[in-house]
Design a protein around this ligand. Structure first.
Ligand code: HEC
Ligand code: HEC
Length: 352
């Protein structure tokens, strides 16, 4: 057995050496992570396995560094806006304002998105323009509507800070700070924002039962009557895909996914948001046009726009929507609110 372990370690060492020659970036992480303490992210019962690039394995030190960066206004031009300014824990890491305000005092183009369960997503932003969590995390500093600092300046600020170099050293084995390591640390922190402590999850485990109203809502949600499950299905309450859900008529279609694909059939398609934690994430939709869940349900029931790109799953688009009665609407909302995780927005471990 010992011999086998020696052999396996030897082969692993050879493999790492070969990797080092090919890709200095990966080798740096492989070597450096050896000192850091692995952070084990627990997959909630019933959730699928998550996707994580191997070279950004979570460590206690990496997560702690990412958390500090996420909450640090040092990363914005005027030292006044951090990631957390627009992604507030009390709002399930979204923003109660319809538009967030960046370091230049200007408004963002869209409503801020909630940040949780990112471990089970592969495309980011309303239009899906970031294809990895790391790519996403690099963007706010370059965005003039958000932090507008640029990474050269950010790296300078971090490098001359009394604390950061040793924190990078602890997390990645190097105090030579760069944008990729900073983004990786922020992603490590984001990965720990897992929200699954709801009545709905307890019900899935057979540990809670729904009221008659919630059960009626569950059936509407998961049947052709409401059809929500087609896009907001699975334990994640989203298909993580892009759809046009009929918010606007042809004349008012915003680009959405078209920004990425340049395909006219993608005009007005946006990333399907999860319906978990809606109690905390108002206002709703990419532009935050609806203030309440009631308004959202009224929209799906009574005012869906039958534009050229409206999704085939919005089957009642030609008649303005599902035509739910008052009892059905209330039941649907009661069910959706079983996906509320109050412990998540109060968890002291998620803030510095
Ligand atoms: C000024 C406000 C603001 C700041 C600062 C900000 N964000 Fe955002 N964030 C937004 C808005 C608005 C969106 C949606 C923008 C879009 O889709 O174009 C968003 C989207 C995201 C998403 C995509 C979530 C998803 O489900 O696709 C992630 C992740 C994210 N932000 C993380 C961060 C991180 C990390 C930082 C700090 C480096 C940060 N944000 C700073 C406002 C902000
Ligand atoms: C064809 C796919 C599809 C179907 C079916 C669907 N939705 Fe959506 N839903 C979306 C998309 C896409 C968005 C984001 C649209 C946007 O912002 O432009 C969205 C947004 C929402 C939002 C806003 C969430 C937020 O964080 O802003 C709520 C609430 C919602 N849907 C509830 C429902 C309910 C309830 C049903 C069933 C009655 C339903 N949806 C059916 C695709 C769908």
């Amino acid at each position: 057995m010992k011999k086998l372990i020696v052999l396996v370690s030897f082969l692993a060492a050879v493999f790492i050496l070969v990797q080092c020659e090919k890709d200095p970036f990966v080798s740096q992480i492989e070597e450096s992570n050896s000192e850091a303490t692995p952070y084990y992210l627990k997959v909630p019962q019933g959730f699928p396995d998550y996707f994580l690039k191997q070279e950004n394995a979570l460590t206690e030190e990496g997560v702690a560094l990412g958390k500090k960066l996420f909450f640090d206004p040092l990363l914005s031009k005027n030292r006044d806006v951090s990631c957390a300014s627009c992604h507030l824990q009390s709002s399930s890491f979204s923003d109660p304002r319809q538009r967030s305000i960046g370091t230049n005092g200007t408004s963002t183009s869209f409503h801020s998105m909630p940040i949780f369960n990112l471990a089970w997503m592969n495309e980011f932003f309303w239009d899906g323009r970031a294809k990895s969590r790391e790519e996403q995390a690099l963007q706010p500093l370059n965005n003039p509507l958000e932090m507008d600092l640029g990474w050269n300046e950010a790296v300078e600020r971090l490098s001359s800070d009394p604390e950061y170099p040793s924190l990078f050293k602890a997390a990645f084995g190097t105090s030579i700070i760069d944008s990729n390591l900073a983004a990786q640390a922020m992603v490590q922190y984001e990965m720990t924002l897992v929200s699954a402590d709801t009545k709905f999850d307890a019900w899935l485990r057979g540990e809670a039962s729904f009221t008659l109203e919630e059960e009626m809502g569950r059936i509407i949600y998961n049947s052709e009557r409401g059809d929500c499950f087609h896009c907001h299905g699975s334990v994640l309450a989203t298909d993580n895909s892009f759809h046009n859900n009929g918010l606007d008529s042809d004349a008012d279609l915003k680009p959405g996914l078209f920004n990425v694909t340049q395909d006219e059939a993608d005009l007005g398609k946006f990333k399907t948001p999860t319906l978990r934690n809606l109690a905390f994430t108002a206002p709703y939709m990419h532009d935050g046009r609806f203030q309440t869940i009631e308004e959202v349900v009224d929209f799906y029931s009574d005012s869906v726009q039958n534009n050229s790109n409206v999704d085939v799953l919005m089957k009642k688009a030609t008649t303005g929507g599902l035509g739910l009665n008052k009892t059905e609407k209330e039941a649907l909302i009661a069910f959706i609110l079983t996906m509320t995780d109050s412990s998540f927005i109060r968890n002291p471990l998620l803030v510095p």
